[in-house]
Design a protein around this ligand. Structure first.
Ligand code: GDP
Length: 443
């Protein structure tokens, strides 16, 4: 899970503070020492850590005690504010030119995820009603052009290529002209990378920049390479000038140091994060939401947005009704499993719930395709009464169901446990949705 170790350490530190009625300087010092170690272990740039801890400490010690918060909660709030600030404060979107096409150039080292991200970004923009053109200007990595063409075909988005014998500057120029004639309002240029920064690469990128004057140059960086990636970002910014950062492979990054340092080190905001290999696994980056995820306060807003964009609205409403009326049964569970699986890996989804960030036991809720078939078979082997009222499923029924579905009694038990946990979780989510609505002043 993203930021797993950092989240766990910070949450443990704050658990100790939460209960205290009064905090003296020693308590704050002790907590800040732990925060410092946690951030350094997460591979955050040491200078960034130093400034961060200093700021939090100053604010914590000088802070007026707010009536509604305990001193411990107040420290957590300050850390939350400062983490948000560290990652850029507010969401930073890409600039859309008033005179189309908007030209966006993706740059970065080889393997960072540029080509994949060009596809993901195109996919996202098209969903917003735009008409992107993907441009294959990576003539250096042998398979890059083919890869982009395959992505374009999968997504049904046009790809502009002149093969690998043409100069990338000419490709980029021709692509912008092509977009003008064909009404593409976004031009996304996939540029070449290298294993390391070198002069030839920088020259090539500068020349493309000079000739097509992109509205945005986005640096694509692999989160799992930590501080190295941050240093590369800095060099790209100094030599080429970047407008923002896309962090890829955040799904595989348990530390988070790159994401936490890059804004402070380069001054350039993170605009998107890649959360998986699939073409819909690109998310806009919200510093405040990410901060509360790290602190285990969940990211209910992202979760609800995700649910709204992937789930079938009618089915979701039906389910909601059922949960409210306590009617929720195993058939609904099956339907819901199918729906939720469309949202993405379950551990990512659970990580967005407050307090669920590091609930290890929820890992056994994880299901793969094969288990899904088991679950279907087990539920189908039940009588309608059993599905409606699973509490009547005792030993002899379990044996019969296991036999009928070609599974084991332990599988039936596991499913029943998942059902219970899901039911609880759904109640919790509904409670939160109500709370959010209230906060917004709605119904
Ligand atoms: P390029 O050389 O910069 O164009 O890199 P590619 O686009 O070919 O990506 C390199 C590898 O990283 C590929 O295997 C991608 O599937 C993978 N990748 C890219 N973005 C992500 C991401 O957000 N998460 C994960 N898990 N893998 C990613």
């Amino acid at each position: 899970m993203i930021f797993e170790s950092l989240a766990e350490r910070l949450q443990n530190t704050f658990k100790k503070l939460k209960g205290k009625g009064k905090l003296d300087e020693k308590d704050v010092d002790e907590a800040m020492r732990e925060v410092r170690v946690a951030l350094l272990e997460a591979d955050v740039n040491y200078k960034v850590v130093k400034d961060f801890v200093k700021k939090v400490k100053e604010r914590a010690i000088g802070a007026e005690v707010l009536g509604s918060l305990t001193p411990g909660q107040q420290v957590i709030k300050i850390v939350n504010d400062e983490l948000t600030e560290l990652m850029g404060g507010t969401q930073s979107k890409i600039t859309i030119s008033s005179k189309p096409p908007t030209v966006v150039m993706l740059v970065g080292l080889q393997g960072a995820g540029k080509t994949t991200t060009v596809g993901k970004l195109g996919n996202q923009l098209r969903k917003q009603g735009r008409r992107p053109l993907l441009v294959a200007a990576d003539v250096y990595r042998p398979a890059a052009i083919k890869q982009l063409k395959v992505l374009g075909e999968q997504l049904n988005i046009p790809v502009f290529s002149l093969g690998d014998k043409t100069n990338p500057v000419d490709i980029a120029k021709a692509a912008v002209e092509h977009a003008k004639s064909y009404g593409n309002d976004m031009v996304l240029i996939d540029t070449a990378g290298r294993l390391h920064i070198n002069e030839e690469l920088m020259e090539e990128l500068k020349n493309i920049k000079e000739s097509v004057k992109p509205h945005e140059i986005l640096f694509v960086m692999d989160a799992t390479t930590g501080q190295d990636a941050v240093n590369v970002a800095k060099t790209f910014d100094e030599q080429l000038g970047i407008d923002g950062v896309i962090i890829t492979k955040l799904d595989g990054d348990t530390r988070g140091g790159a994401a936490l340092s890059v804004k402070a080190v380069t001054g350039k905001p993170i605009k998107f994060v890649g959360m998986g290999e699939k073409l819909d696994a690109l998310e806009p980056f919200f510093p405040d939401r990410m901060a509360s995820r790290i602190l285990g306060m969940g990211d209910v807003l992202s979760l609800i947005e995700k649910a709204q964009s992937t789930l079938d609205a009618n089915k979701a409403r039906e389910l909601q009704q059922k949960i409210k009326s306590q009617d929720y049964n195993l058939e609904d569970f099956l339907e819901q499993m199918r729906q939720v699986r469309k949202m993405g890996p379950l551990d990512q989804i659970l990580g967005m719930l407050p307090g669920m960030g590091n609930l290890k036991q929820l890992k056994d809720v994880q299901v793969d395709e094969k288990e899904m078939l088991h679950i279907e078979a087990i539920i189908q082997s039940m009588t309608p009464e059993e599905r409606r009222n699973p509490s009547i499923i005792k030993d002899s029924r379990k044996k019969r169901i296991a036999k009928g579905s070609g599974t084991k009694v332990s599988d039936v038990n596991k499913l029943l446990k998942q059902f219970d946990q899901t039911k609880k979780m759904m109640k919790q989510m509904m409670g939160m949705e109500k709370m959010l609505k209230k906060r917004k002043g709605g119904g």
